[in-house]
Design a protein around this ligand. Structure first.
Ligand SMILES: C[S@@+](CC[C@H](N)C(=O)[O-])C[C@H]1O[C@@H](n2cnc3c(N)ncnc32)[C@H](O)[C@@H]1O
Length: 357
């Protein structure tokens, strides 16, 4: 197996200004320890396809919630002239028998829990299970999940701030507690594991819902980064004649939105509005993310705002909510040439920007 540094791996979208690598010490530690994996190999939680690509000779099945991970994996495989990778989403049925299970610890403990439960029936007494993550990503609660769902678990020494997890499988009776649901203002919301604010509504979202613009019949609205779809669902509750597109890069999010929205609407798993027709939207609503995996960054928010501007018709509006300290008001002003704070409290602001005619 070649060292990861020799593979020329890239993140997705492939931004030349991107100073981040597409792999880290946790991926390297796992590959060093693994040697030649046996039988059906499953990789869960790979971030940019580093593990899946490095192990391509063993034809691994990748399971992920993220469309961006899938695109990165496809692009990395294509760059290296490898075949089409085998990609499953977290909601697909896993392979019926798994002989080597590799887990890159995801940010969401709920997603890890649900996926280990889904994989448990495919694991047998001879399955080799190895988890990996940076030390700061592996907590007592992470190890407790492996122990409870799959079997006795120990960890390795830390190497370059990464750690491995080894589990001896034993028969499991674990069942998933997902999807979960809660209600907000009489609206029942279904949430698959790992979806943003799966257990209760986020306070930023709550604030945003109070300051949505009025919409007209036939208005083309985008719920950008829809999570469980509550923002677009509120638009449709007040105006069932709006045409709403729900888009998120998380498969679990879009599946949750589908479950939560009654009536006709469009749903897309994708990189925001990257593929949208210019001028195809009248209104874009967005509560942007401020991390990517474990890293805090506004790169995704900025990309979403840029995509929104392109997708809006002249005179169309982007309305967002964000933490006050993130300075979105100034950022939107830079991008659109205008922006206005519609509402604010000590923590959040709702900002509107209009595409010039
Ligand atoms: C802060 S959450 C907001 C969720 C929901 N709109 C709400 O307000 O409760 C941000 C959402 O953006 C999604 N997201 C992150 N990167 C994305 C991208 N490139 N394209 C589409 N959605 C993305 C995340 O999966 C997450 O669901």
């Amino acid at each position: 197996m070649s060292p990861l540094s020799d593979l020329g791996l890239r993140r997705y979208p492939d931004d030349p200004r991107d100073r981040f690598r597409a792999w880290d010490a946790a991926d390297e530690y796992l590959l060093d320890e693994l040697g030649e994996p046996q039988g059906t190999v499953v990789v869960f939680g790979d971030r940019w396809g580093a593990l899946t690509t490095a192990l391509a000779a063993f034809d691994p099945v990748q399971i992920t919630d993220s469309y961006l991970t899938q695109q990165a994996t496809r692009a990395n495989a294509a760059r290296l002239g490898l075949g089409e990778p085998r990609l499953l989403s977290v909601l697909d049925a896993p392979p019926p028998r798994v002989d080597t299970l590799l887990v890159r610890i995801p940010k969401s403990l709920a997603l890890l829990e649900d996926q280990l439960v889904r994989l448990a029936p495919s694991v047998h007494s001879g399955t080799r299970i190895v988890g990996t993550g940076m030390v700061k990503e592996i907590h007592t609660s992470t190890l407790a999940l492996f122990e409870k769902i799959l079997g006795p678990t120990r960890t390795s020494l830390a190497v370059r701030k990464a750690r491995l997890i080894f589990t001896e499988p034993r028969p499991s009776q674990a069942t998933s507690r997902f999807p979960v649901s809660y209600s907000h203002e009489g609206m029942e919301l279904v949430n698959h594991a790992g979806v943003f604010c799966a257990d209760r509504l986020d306070i930023g979202t709550r604030f945003f819902l109070k300051h949505l613009p009025e919409t007209r019949k036939g208005q083309r609205v985008v719920d950008l980064g829809c999570g469980n779809g509550i923002v677009g669902a509120f638009v449709l509750r007040d105006n069932p004649d709006a045409e709403v597109l729900f888009v998120d890069e998380s498969h679990a999010a879009v599946a949750s939105a589908r479950a939560n929205v009654r009536g006709p609407a469009e749903f897309l798993v994708g990189d925001g509005l990257a593929e949208a027709e210019p001028g195809s939207a009248d209104l874009v609503l967005c509560n942007p993310p401020f991390h990517e995996h474990q890293a805090v960054t506004d790169a995704t928010a900025w990309r979403m705002f840029t995509q929104a501007r392109r997708a809006l018709r002249p005179g169309g509006e982007l309305r967002i909510v964000g933490n006050r300290h993130l300075g979105y008001h100034a950022k939107l002003k830079r991008l659109f040439g205008n922006s206005a704070v519609v509402a604010g409290d000590p923590k959040f602001v709702v900002v509107s920007a209009v595409k010039s005619r």
